[in-house]
Design a binder for this molecule. Structure first.
Ligand code: NAD
Length: 324
């Protein structure tokens, strides 16, 4: 098939392009960033730098395409989404114009990457969470800015299917992590940020590490290989409702620091910043529906995935300190 990966220069998009090429597909990868800033550039793909906020660009990007995977969005970790709500909401232009152009160009199937941030905040106030099931998204009270855009765009996919017959698939990703992603600069998420801080502490010898919040907040984290597998399984399925793609292995942020410190072989002292953004108190993925509908759930352990992620981030940190 001829497939489009929107946001192919990003973290998940870069891994997806590789996997689709390995499966033998003809891949067009589009991202607005200059090639130097793409996490991965796969020469076997048709790589294009273009801004998908605009309808004309989306019309070109979806021309002669069978399947669209929309991974393009202006996003980052908690520090970014809590302070850039308007920018996050502007990603609605990407999904709107990609849907419109997919319809006009006769695309057969469309994937949209939604997020656990669509879930109501009042269901995430306790670190001992009850995992979030798909039905918990309504009545709607998502994460301000980023989460509202995701919920709206999910809904638009549904109505493009109902009203125009465009087949859509929607995944609600729960924290995805792994190599070849954002690890510095303010948009990185917890697994990469923790890995970077520990790697820097190891190099500098200063083992006092700043932690956002009291560290008792809990999350689940999904390794990138599971994410890609889930996206491909969902896209090939006949599941038309939004489903969670996330790990059900819960950990506190304090325990995540301790896990990575052990990989690095150092003892750390955590210094908690209670004024820093920390998001919801606890969040986990309820995988009942994905197991029922796809007969599969993400299974790569946090130990295994974090070790690979720490090793990669550590290499980046070493590389950047050597080049200073
Ligand atoms: P990322 O920031 O690494 O990738 C997104 C890419 O989209 C970037 O390369 C960016 O340049 C590109 N982009 C932004 N605006 C664009 C535009 N106007 N035109 C073309 N390209 C544009 O993020 P990611 O982690 O790979 O996330 C991919 C998708 O998955 C996003 O929709 C994100 O909201 C969603 N998601 C990610 C996670 C996660 O933990 N990584 C969790 C939930 C949902």
């Amino acid at each position: 098939m001829k497939v489009l990966v929107a946001g192919g220069g990003g973290f998940i998009g870069g891994h997806l392009v590789k996997s689709l090429l390995d499966d033998g597909h003809d891949v067009r990868s589009v991202d607005q960033k200059p090639f130097d800033d793409w996490y991965q550039v796969h020469d076997a793909a048709e790589n294009v730098v273009a801004d998908l906020q605009y309808l004309e660009t989306c019309m070109d990007a979806t021309k002669d395409i069978d399947r669209v995977f929309n991974l393009a969005a202006d996003m980052g970790g908690m520090g970014f989404i809590e302070n850039n709500k308007a920018l996050c909401m502007l990603s609605v232009l990407i999904n709107t114009h990609l849907l419109e152009s997919a319809r006009a160009n006769g695309v057969s199937r469309y994937f949209y990457s939604s997020s656990a941030c669509v879930y109501a905040a009042d269901k995430q106030t306790d670190p001992n969470v009850t995992a979030l099931a798909e039905a918990d998204a309504y009545p709607a009270m998502p994460e301000d800015g980023y989460g509202w855009e995701k919920l709206f765009s999910e809904r638009m996919c549904r109505h493009f299917t109902e009203d125009f017959g465009l087949e859509t698939r929607v995944a609600r990703f729960h924290n995805v992590y792994g190599p070849e992603g954002t690890w510095t600069g303010g948009r990185e998420k917890a697994p990469a940020a923790v890995s970077r801080k520990i790697a820097e502490a190891k190099i500098s010898g200063d083992h006092v590490i700043g932690v956002w919040g009291d560290g008792l907040q809990t999350r689940s984290f999904m390794y990138i290989d599971d994410c890609i597998e889930g996206v491909k399984r969902l896209m090939d399925s006949d599941v038309t409702i939004p489903i969670n793609i996330g790990s059900a292995e819960l950990i506190s942020i304090n325990d995540l620091y301790d896990m990575v410190a052990e990989f690095a072989g150092i003892e750390i002292t955590r210094e908690h910043d209670l004024t820093a953004p920390q998001g919801v108190r606890g969040r986990n993925s309820d995988n009942t529906l994905i197991l029922e509908l796809l007969g599969w759930e993400p299974a790569i352990s946090l130990q295994e995935g974090m070790r690979k992620t720490y090793d990669w981030v550590n290499q980046q940190v070493l590389g950047s300190t050597q080049s200073v």
